[in-house]
Design a protein around this ligand. Structure first.
Ligand SMILES: *Cc1c(COP(=O)(O)O)cnc(C)c1O
Length: 403
């Protein structure tokens, strides 16, 4: 069986985790703080707070911005549930909009969805391919859109416009006009979940890139306290002699990263650009070679003169499939010992969101992309030979099902 996306666990990772365990410091400490500094240098934004998941990071930022009942947050319908669920947790309404042919949120649809209740836009870099960030950033700074923004919290007053909070769960290392995700919008959140490009088993990072008059270092301190029950001293600070007494300044959350997680992340980051991404790019290029001259397939966009994917998921489409035939093709692929996936079932198809009034008919592009989509295996250890096997198996399966 060729698996879909196993993590890269080798001796280097095991040694790094063992060292963290043997150091005697296993929760948030020196390794997490070092990982945060290295992530900041990596993407070139202002400051980074590591957390225990991207979901927690996104929710923490919505709460930091004061998103609450009655507010709206614009998200793509075509994403993983985390993007929408965190909005619901805050009591706000996810306003879902349709995507484009590149699977990413449509900026025209975002423009149409903006209202006086809109507080945040959360674009998602699907499969690792960056959204149209110049267009999104100029949209929120446009005077006619700024003039309908209603600032309620102190942070909203300070920014004076809709916040752009990128869900970059797939796109660490992706490039837009020469800059990495993390430095492209106000705030970017990475995921280090086990299937993501760079993993810490579970984990995430909040990249702060807020414009003046915000001080990203100051915001980092506020968030650090928020991520630890509102406690004004963390465990490491409390170990200093006589420094036991602490205060709770707000009813905060508990979503800090541990040094065990960071010990994996440090190894992963050090070999990410020159090793992991190079391999993933090669796999994408081989798939493109295998499928681009066969009219039954649509190869995803992943590299242009202004954008480069992080090569997270290879979102192949079957040109003439519908949902039923696509599902049958997937079964035929699994029968040939290859694991594939679908990224994603659009949220309006999920029972909770359906019951909440969302209807897939309102998202024709998302629906059409979903019906025809199959994500192929991409991971560091996948060999060229295995890529060719996957390509052959997918073609055989399509021939078997669709003639
Ligand atoms: C994986 C994923 C998340 C959530 O990441 P966690 O670290 O598991 O919380 C959010 N958004 C998208 C698009 C994802 O694929």
């Amino acid at each position: 069986m060729i698996p879909f996306s196993p993590p890269r666990i080798d001796q280097k990772i095991i040694d790094s985790v063992t060292e963290a365990l043997a150091s005697g410091w296993i929760t948030t400490g020196p390794r997490t703080k070092l990982f945060e500094k290295e992530l900041t240098v990596f993407a070139g934004h202002g400051a980074t707070l590591c957390v225990n998941s991207a979901s927690a990071g996104l929710e923490l930022m919505l709460r930091w911005y004061g998103v609450k009942e009655g507010d709206e947050v614009i998200i793509p319908a075509y994403t993983y549930a985390a993007t929408a669920n965190v909005v619901v947790h805050c009591g706000a309404r996810p306003v879902m909009v349709d995507s484009g042919e590149d699977f990413n949120i449509s900026v025209d649809e975002v423009r149409r969805a903006i209202s006086s209740r809109t507080k945040v836009i959360m674009p998602v870099d699907l499969g690792g391919y960056p959204c149209d960030y110049d267009e999104i950033n100029s949209l929120v700074s446009d005077n006619s859109i700024k003039s309908v923004f209603v600032a309620e919290s102190p942070e909203q007053q300070k920014l004076g416009r809709i916040l752009v909070l990128s869900d970059a769960a797939h796109s660490i290392g992706a490039l837009y006009k020469g800059r990495r995700t993390g430095a492209l919008t106000d705030i970017t959140v990475y995921s280090f979940h086990a299937v993501k490009n760079l993993t810490t088993a579970e984990g995430g990072a909040i990249c702060l890139n807020l414009p003046e008059p915000f001080d990203n270092e100051e915001v980092y301190k506020v968030l650090n306290v928020k991520s630890l029950h509102g406690q004004n001293k963390d465990a490491l600070a409390k170990t200093q002699l006589g420094n036991w007494k602490y205060d709770i300044v707000e009813p905060g959350y508990k979503c800090n990263m541990t040094d065990i997680m960071a010990s994996i992340g440090l190894v992963e980051l050090a070999r990410y650009t020159d090793d992991n991404l190079v391999r993933r790019r090669r796999i994408f290029d081989l798939y493109r070679e295998a499928f681009s001259n066969d009219a039954r397939f649509i190869v995803p966009e992943y590299f242009t003169d202004i954008k480069s994917s992080s090569f997270h998921a290879f979102l192949l489409r079957l040109r003439d499939a519908d949902e039923v035939s696509r599902d049958a093709v997937i079964s035929a692929i699994f029968a040939r010992q290859v694991a594939v996936n679908v990224h994603f079932r659009p949220l309006p198809l999920m029972s909770y969101y359906m019951k909440s009034g969302y209807c897939i008919d309102d998202y024709p592009v998302a629906w059409s992309n979903y019906c025809r989509e199959i994500s192929l295996p991409v991971y560091y250890a996948l060999t060229d030979e295995e890529v060719w096997i996957v390509a052959r198996v997918v073609k055989e399966a399509v021939t078997e099902v669709m003639g």
